[in-house]
Design a protein around this ligand. Structure first.
Ligand code: HEC
Ligand code: HEC
Length: 198
């Protein structure tokens, strides 16, 4: 019985390592799709962010951050298999996800968030625009992701993580970007960002 079990375990191991070697981005995405959606459009409510169309270099960096523990999400480690992904797999899945054009596959409309949009716009323009772009499109040269077309709930959770130093904004442990805003100001900024994909 024990012998049988060992054989079975070895068989599984060889299947999974062969797959890891030969899997395409589309195949790897089957695991990711369980939470992020078939086209990686994310899920309304914002627990699972949209990944489709994000900048490839940012995706490589984000996935590597989960793998190395810089960012933490246990569900993704276990079900998404992030911890066992090699550099090539990370490269392939990032290439695949960044190439998905949601306007063709699954047109996205971020639900408008309540808040004072014109106040939010002013705050955004003065404090966020230099790195995230006038329309929230992100700036790969500054390693900053797009915020337009991302779910408000996910963005709010990241800001809370940044404030609690669970995640580092702008890759800077001492970042102070979010220290001086009131809850209402965050709400207004997120309300403005939720209009950027309209
Ligand atoms: C069990 C659910 C689950 C699975 C499966 C999953 N993810 Fe995630 N993913 C999440 C959650 C939840 C978050 C948000 C975590 C956080 O707040 O940091 C996330 C966040 C991300 C982010 C960060 C996006 C950003 O804007 O910074 C990337 C990149 C990502 N996932 C890639 C993947 C890839 C690639 C796979 C498949 C190999 C995958 N995920 C599978 C749940 C999942
Ligand atoms: C000096 C450049 C810079 C400025 C200014 C800046 N950011 Fe960022 N931001 C970044 C970088 C770089 C990242 C990516 C960090 C990483 O790789 O984990 C980021 C990430 C984020 C994320 C996470 C996005 C995701 O997909 O997970 C949010 C939300 C965010 N910024 C909001 C803001 C807001 C709101 C402002 C204005 C109050 C702002 N940022 C100002 C550089 C900046």
């Amino acid at each position: 019985m024990r012998h049988l079990f060992t054989t079975f375990a070895l068989l599984l191991l060889s299947i999974s390592s062969t797959n890891a070697w030969s899997q395409t981005g589309e195949e790897i995405n089957k695991k990711c799709a369980l939470c992020h959606g078939v086209w990686s459009q994310g899920i309304i409510g914002g627990l699972y962010p949209r990944l489709a169309g994000l900048n490839k270099e940012y995706l490589v960096k984000a996935i590597t951050d989960y793998k190395t523990g810089v960012r933490q999400d246990n569900s993704m480690n276990i079900i998404g298999g992030i911890l066992s992904m090699g550099d090539q797999d990370i490269e392939k899945i990032s290439q695949y996800l960044s190439g998905i054009d949601l306007s063709e596959k699954a047109p996205l409309q971020i639900p408008a968030l309540a808040g004072n949009i014109s106040k939010g716009k002013k705050l955004y323009r003065s404090d966020c625009k230099t790195c995230h772009g006038k329309k929230g499109e992100g700036k790969p040269k500054k390693d900053s992701p797009s915020l337009a077309g991302q779910y408000s709930g996910y963005l709010a959770k990241q800001i809370t993580d940044f404030r609690n130093k669970v995640r580092h904004h702008d890759n800077d442990e001492d970042d102070e970007t979010f220290d001086d805003f009131s809850p209402t100001q965050f709400q207004d900024m997120l309300a403005f960002i939720s209009t950027l994909d309209d």
